[in-house]
Design a protein around this ligand. Structure first.
Ligand code: SF4
Length: 200
């Protein structure tokens, strides 16, 4: 893990990555691609030390409210978040300034911030997007080794449903000869149906 100062945090489409790099270790991760010009190991997490400050400045100066997205290129609930809490502080700002949130993760650490997710959803809208790749728990430990397995993610989806927070599932990637079986797709769809997710 290393710290850096960045010039901006929100993209033109109101997305942000609070960290750069990711420690979940998914074997298929395309965020490692050289096209993103990362100057350090992907697992050596870059902590954008001024991310919270930049987000506050950006939200304060926006003329109209919108959804803020995060989690596309780096999971906001990696191990480092337990200690640093930058994601939580960003969520506090999003709530404070009355914005909505679309947050994507594979980690059950998101439940730590359930109180904030609920407040944002009551105030505006909060959508949690969870990635489910394989119904096979042993396979999951192999292809996504450093994050909770699919069964736990399904539990998280059910908790979010009980708490009234809408969820969406990304069933991706479908890897040829690894998780492209009918049994796997059926298993994942059953999780989605049980959790009453809004889209998959
Ligand atoms: S969670 Fe996403 S960003 Fe992190 S390693 Fe897996 S695919 Fe890559």
């Amino acid at each position: 893990m290393h710290e850096t100062q960045v010039k901006s945090i929100l993209s033109s489409s109101n997305g942000m990555n609070i960290y750069r790099g990711c420690s979940h270790g998914c074997i298929y991760c395309d965020a490692r691609s050289k096209c993103y010009n990362m100057q350090h190991d992907f697992e050596d997490i870059e902590v954008k030390a001024n991310a919270v400050e930049l987000l506050e400045r950006a939200l304060r100066s926006k003329r109209s409210r919108c959804m803020i997205g995060t989690g596309a290129m780096s999971d906001p609930y990696m191990h480092v978040e337990e200690k640093l809490g930058h994601t939580r502080r960003c969520l506090e700002l999003i709530h404070h300034y009355g914005f909505g949130l679309a947050i994507q993760t594979k980690s059950d650490r998101i439940l730590r911030d359930l109180d904030l997710l609920k407040k944002i959803n009551e105030n505006t809208k909060c959508v949690v997007q969870m990635t489910l790749t394989t119904y096979d728990e042993e396979l999951c430990k192999l292809i996504e080794p450093n994050v909770c397995t699919t069964a736990r993610r399904a539990e998280v989806l059910n908790i979010l449903r009980e708490e009234g927070i809408p969820t969406v599932v990304w069933m991706t990637p479908i890897l040829p000869f690894i998780n492209d079986t009918a049994d796997n797709i059926r298993g994942l769809l059953n999780y989605c149906i049980q959790a009453k997710v809004y889209g998959y």
